[in-house]
Design a protein around this ligand. Sequence first.
Ligand code: SF4
Length: 324
Amino acid sequence: MPAPPCASCHASRAALRRPRSGQALCGACFCAAFEAEVLHTVLAGRLLPPGAVVAVGASGGKDSTVLAHVLRALTPRLGISLQLVAVDEGIGGYRDAALAAVRRQAARWELPLTVVAYEDLFGGWTMDAVARSTAGSGRSRSCCTFCGVLRRRALEEGARRVGATHIVTGHNADDMAETVLMNFLRGDAGRLARGGGLGSPGEGGALPRCRPLQFASQKEVVLYAHFRRLDYFSEECVYAPEAFRGHARDLLKRLEAARPSAVLDLVHSAERLALAPAARPPRPGACSRCGALASRALCQACALLDGLNRGRPRLAIGKGRRGW
Ligand code: SF4
């Protein structure tokens, strides 16, 4: 049976049905609709003001590739300029190939690229070295806990080096829903309280961050990359199978099978979440070592590095963290 006509242009045959709406569209109309929705997210949320110098956290993966491509297409409408900032975590057999994809994108799209490395920023620590250090502690699953904190810091540093006024990351709706689930499962009220909204406004001197793909489903991000023929790196990080996020992802898939709106429902519920006064985390102050926002004497990045340097990385992770 031939495909139905595109519900938008009525001239071409439909190439897909949008996963959420079921609308049958051709590839060109789907990509135009996807870009218009990201534009709406940015404009309605007032995420990127005209004149903003925007650092795109570029990993070479599908999400950041799609984000950079869409924002580049929207640059004239938004009046912003883009800089690609990539973080080299020092993960052998993984990051080098991903960075090669970022370099190809930068060259093809004529966008400036800056690479910052954990090894240079964090006193010689690479993620492989962190993994070796934490493996003996029985906490090898915590690689992503370390990496998430350090990457946030590294991206901030890279963005400052290029004179950025804003940071954008490629988190999509599925990523956000997984994060909300993980925070619930861990009982992490602090992260739940910060997890809603389209980003952070830049408290404590940090650059404002936002997630323009926050309402885009993972399936549509993949479809957009397919129809725009984007070149991206699709292998999984060697430490990803150990991550707690995998359990949240599996649970979310089962939830979505029973309730197709589960992903967006979770994203929106995090936006509306209000914690009781007694459950709210204390107002953050400044890290005594680096001055970044911190809810204890040391910010998370300095606390993790301190634990690593003292050969006691397990002290720096989870709720058992004491004495900072
Ligand atoms: Fe870092 Fe974990 Fe992502 Fe690998 S999977 S890049 S260790 S956060």
